[in-house]
Design a protein around this ligand. Structure first.
Ligand SMILES: C[S@@+](CC[C@H](N)C(=O)[O-])C[C@H]1O[C@@H](n2cnc3c(N)ncnc32)[C@H](O)[C@@H]1O
Length: 270
């Protein structure tokens, strides 16, 4: 594998795998309080009297946020989920079918080529920036997809927040890889400015979860529910996970996880 391909291995391959999608849905639940926070973040940025608002969950994955957002906003808001992965979109469509309102449209498409008229009122991008080689083309495209005065919300861990994840440190070199593929908050803000966004601000969100046992904590790793784990062989993963488990006390474990919310607006005069 060439150096460039090696660098991008965990940016692409696992998202297409049905096993990864199942592991992601099973193990990567967003804590209830954090979910409320993100749903409210979207709701607050919608126009005050929308006759009909349009929201885009860009790189929506299996719909972990798309579906609760659609549920909370009701039928006056159309929610679109776009993801390049066939397996992710299939899962998102299945979850959408369980909703009482038919307000979700899930589309399998590369976000960089996706088209939608008229522009969106709010676009959310959650835990997906690490999948892009460069932020510029993505942010440029998202600004095109927004209506004038529309808002972009980014949910992404800062490097300081990645450093607080205990299990990342249990595997040699994994934290460094995650920092290398994930843009830090200052980099995101600079790229937003360079791509014409205004009123940019960021704040940290505590999304920590409490696991009942150390097995619950280690199971998502063994099931490879995190794409960064693609960098490890089975042997490396099993060794690291068993060391992690043996260092832990029995009983409940707090998984420290934080993200940063960055909000930016497309100028209303554009
Ligand atoms: C870690 S998942 C996050 C999913 C979802 N946003 C969430 O927070 O649950 C990253 C997603 O980005 C998608 N993705 C990566 N590059 C993409 C692209 N160019 N266009 C559309 N989706 C993309 C992947 O297929 C994957 O589903």
């Amino acid at each position: 594998m060439s150096a460039a391909n090696e660098r991008h291995r965990d940016r692409t391959s696992s998202f297409e795998s049905p096993a990864y999608v199942r592991a992601f849905l099973r193990h990567r639940r967003i804590a209830a309080s954090a979910l409320r926070f993100w749903v409210d973040s979207v709701a607050r940025l919608l126009p005050i009297v929308p006759s009909r608002a349009d929201v885009l969950d860009a790189c929506c994955g299996p719909g972990r946020l798309t579906i609760p957002i659609a549920e909370a906003l009701g039928s006056s808001t159309r929610v679109f989920g776009v993801d390049r992965s066939r397996a992710m979109i299939a899962q998102c469509r299945e979850l959408a079918r369980s909703l009482p309102v038919r307000s979700v449209t899930a589309c399998q498409c590369d976000i960089l080529t996706y088209q939608h008229e008229p522009g969106f009122d709010v676009i959310l991008v959650s835990e997906a920036l690490h999948a892009f080689d460069e932020l510029g083309p993505l942010l440029y495209k998202l600004r095109v997809l927004l209506r004038q005065g529309g808002s972009l919300i980014i949910r992404s861990p800062s490097h300081a927040q990645l450093k607080q994840i205990e299990w990342l440190q249990a595997f040699d070199g994994l934290l460094a890889h995650d920092c290398a593929r994930t843009p830090d908050t200052a980099v995101i803000e600079k790229a937003l400015t360079e791509n014409g966004f205004v009123e940019i601000h960021s704040d940290a969100v505590d999304e920590s979860t409490v696991y009942a046992t150390k097995e619950d904590y280690v199971e998502p790793l063994i099931d490879r529910a995190y794409s960064i784990l693609e960098r490890l062989t089975n042997e490396e993963l099993e060794l690291g996970a068993s060391q992690l488990a043996s260092n832990m006390q029995d009983g409940s474990i707090r998984h420290t996880f934080g993200t940063t919310r960055t909000i930016a607006r497309k100028d209303s005069k554009e």
